[in-house]
Design a protein around this ligand. Structure first.
Ligand SMILES: Cc1ncc(COP(=O)(O)O)c(C=O)c1O
Length: 390
């Protein structure tokens, strides 16, 4: 027998911080026959993807496109285009991804003013406003749903402060898009980026971006060239816009998958989809509570798509995750940064946000805990989850 056999991965229920489970429709779309990346049929699909992304982002921004690369590429695209050396930037850091934006901006030579909050807390909008007022600020950046903690950041106060200072407002929507309403135009967001592998339930590899005309004009009138050729929005706009000028070979199959994921999301409707995420997360909270466990984040600040669960005292949390994967084919995440070893991160995102996911996770977790000498009665937990999510 040949050693060169195709890889056949196990079907794992992906309930970590991403990637999330892919629907059968997205999976089928991703293996459809390839078209050329300048083929008229493919160009028509690109138009459809852009208009569906606008609807999901809640924006009229003409420049709304999926760029090739994961969420971090979207983050980097925004910063390389909108920031020049010496620009003052106010960045909210209450988790790993706010910290990543600050690190990237520093590498680009920006004058970064961090506004910090403890991991698991929201940013204080008055503190952000005070930082913005501390000097002429070009850009204010925050994370909408912090996947490292599970906090959903209230945005109205920060958006108003950025607007009052005439600063650009940049929002990380990697985990929020498709799981909770985003509404860029209503909020006054100038630039946003997301990722396909969270609540859109599409494989990782694309980062939807949306940028206002005002921000594009700032990007076009830089005094220094955009330090990245691949991520230059002026060049990308030529391929995704009217001229269809070759820039790089688009990842055709990934765009098929995204197109299918967007159709599914919009068919369900964002209001219903957000309600489903909230209902299913409520089932998780109640089920965990019945098992004697609790969440890191206060109820009113939780993002339904990602829950940080406090690890019970004295438990080897990594061993629990290992047994869930090995014995039950379920993936959940561990804590990052200061939360390492203190929390598990449970993602209920997109296609994975359903009661069956919660039921399977709770039952499997109970079995793992029993195998580690901590038996618990799963019946009341499943009843509580069903009652809350049903
Ligand atoms: C809020 C947030 N921002 C940015 C990223 C980076 O995305 P990626 O890992 O797809 O590069 C992630 C990934 O988990 C995220 O959750």
């Amino acid at each position: 027998m040949s050693d060169h056999m195709p890889f056949t991965p196990t079907e794992v229920l992906l309930l970590g911080p991403g990637p999330s489970p892919v629907s059968p429709g997205v999976r089928a779309a991703s293996i459809a026959p390839l078209l050329g990346h300048l083929d008229p049929e493919f160009l028509a699909l690109m138009d459809r993807v852009q208009s569906n992304l606008r609807e999901l982002f809640g924006t009229q921004n003409r420049f709304t496109v999926p760029i090739s690369g994961t969420g971090s590429a979207g983050m980097e695209a925004m910063l390389v285009n909108l920031v020049e050396p010496g620009d003052r930037m106010v960045i909210g850091v209450n988790g790993v991804f706010g910290g990543r934006m600050a690190e990237l901006a520093r590498r680009l030579g920006a004058d970064v003013v961090e506004v910090n909050a403890e991991f698991g807390q929201a940013l204080d909008s008055q503190e952000v406003a005070a930082a913005i007022d501390g000097g002429p600020t070009r850009l204010v950046a925050v994370v909408h749903a912090e996947t490292s903690t599970g906090v959903l950041q209230p945005l109205a106060g920060i958006a108003a402060a950025a607007k009052a200072a005439d600063a650009l407002f940049l929002l990380d929507c990697v985990t929020s898009l498709g799981g909770t309403p985003v509404d860029l135009d209503a909020l006054g967001v100038d630039a946003a980026f997301s990722g396909t592998q969270k609540c859109l339930s599409v494989p990782p590899g694309l980062s939807p971006l949306s940028i206002t005309q005002r921000a594009l004009e700032k990007a076009a009138s830089r005094s220094t060239p955009t330090p990245s050729w691949y991520l230059d929005v002026n060049l990308l706009g030529g391929y995704w816009g009217g001229d269809r000028v070759y820039h790089h070979t688009a990842p055709v199959s990934m765009i098929y998958g995204l197109a299918a994921g967007l159709e599914e999301a919009l068919q369900e409707g964002m209001t219903a989809r957000a309600a489903r995420h909230r209902r299913v997360a409520a089932g998780l909270y109640k089920g965990l509570e019945a098992m004697g466990m609790s969440c890191l984040v206060d109820a009113e600040l939780r993002t339904p798509m990602l829950t940080s669960v406090l690890v019970p005292e004295g438990l080897d949390e990594a061993e629990v995750r290992k047994r869930l994967r090995q014995d039950h084919c379920i993936e959940i995440g561990g804590g990052l940064g200061p939360l390492k070893g203190r929390v598990w991160r449970v993602g209920l995102m997109g296609h994975g946000a359903r009661l069956e996911s919660v039921q399977r996770l709770l039952s499997s977790l109970a079995a793992v805990l029993a195998s580690m000498g901590r038996p618990c009665d799963i019946g009341p937990a499943l009843d509580a989850a069903r009652a809350a999510a049903g």
